[in-house]
Design a protein around this ligand. Sequence first.
Ligand code: UGA
Length: 441
Amino acid sequence: MTLNISVIGTGYLGATHAACMAELGFDVIGVDVDPEKIDSLSRGELPFHEPGLPELIRKHVDSGKLRFITDPDYSTVGAWADVHFIAVGTPQQPGGTGADLTYVDAATVGLAEGITKDSLIVGKSTVPVGTARRLARLVEETSRDDVAVSLAWNPEFLREGFAVKDTLTPDRLVVGTATDADEAVLREVYAEALERETPWISTDFETAELVKVAANAFLATKISFINAFSEVTETVGGNITTLADAIGFDTRIGRKFLNAGVGFGGGCLPKDIRALQTRVSELGLDHTMTFLDEMDKINLRRRERVVTLAENILGELAGKRIAVLGVTFKPLSDDVRDSPGLDVANRLYTAGAEVSVYDPEGNANAAKRFPRLGYVDSLTEAAQDADLVVLATEWNEFKALTPADLDELVAQKQFIDARNVLPAADWEKAGWSFAQLGRYY
Ligand code: UGA
């Protein structure tokens, strides 16, 4: 008999996980408190952009393997599912730096109260270390005496833009469990990946929680590390991309996540390094992770650097027309949370420039966040009569740009490539004043 699976929280992580579990052959119910979200997911419509996911959801809604419901007291899934994945958000606390656990706590306790058959609750949300052990106690206290309910922790490492692929074919699977029986249930869930010999890391709650934040902190550190060297090459000369290539050939270092530019953003890396720093301070380890504060500062200084470059090129920004290309935190996403590109656009606007923004997917979300910027529907409209063009997110259509595409449009041939993705020499040869991050001027 195959397992019935519920996924609590149908945001980015939950919707992807639910669809992928159905793709693996399980019957799945996705649960959310928001009836509108449930309606649109049931029609295969997503409130965010993720390649391949709407098609996968429609496929399994149509096949009957995937349903979305609101289940306020969890009585439906509590009587039906054998495994419940918790995939609700853990945002940065309003006005603080720690993680807000309100939703995880509420979902876990609500579920534990609603469950009427033996089952396993599996946390997927990113949480501060110590949360799983606390929740396991809460589950024990709140679940009915006549059913056996236990808790496991199984962090998720998917990247936006590659969510379906990363979930169906993960690099590794990490499970923190209290008993071998709980681990055996998760082995059944992930049997297909295990057949492909995906590394399986079975561990305790604390390690499972820490693997997730350590991975994100390490990635953020790699990016800030190369961006710190950008500050050196900007001062003394040298080529930051060649430097990254050269150290990246050392397989102990590796080339990935050493792309210097305007820095990291999104809903995960920035909040996770802040939450980790906050958590270790709570544990009395104030000095252990102070380097993460530095990573955060290096990252934010990159945004200011773009504004400084714009001022160096244009002088006074007031009254100048600047095209900003790309305002999502990275390509293949419509997510503008903590987006470096959008922050730069807003800083340029605040400094008095007339800013014209074009992003292939992110305009609508960006406009909700900063309605006063000008938003246009194409690259050419953005660049029309611009005194300066800033490439802030490396979408393919921007990476393919050549000087000839813009020569006739712009008022002045001035460009900042804040992601270091275009061939500077070609642009300079075509008469452009062309700036990149990590370059000496
Ligand atoms: C990140 C992690 O990569 C995932 O493994 C993790 O599961 C996820 O967070 C999460 O915790 O949910 P994601 O936020 O989708 O995934 O984005 P990344 O691809 O990691 O990029 C993060 C930021 O770093 C982007 O703004 C990107 O432009 C920037 N970046 C990345 C650089 O500036 N340089 C690089 O070399 C690489």
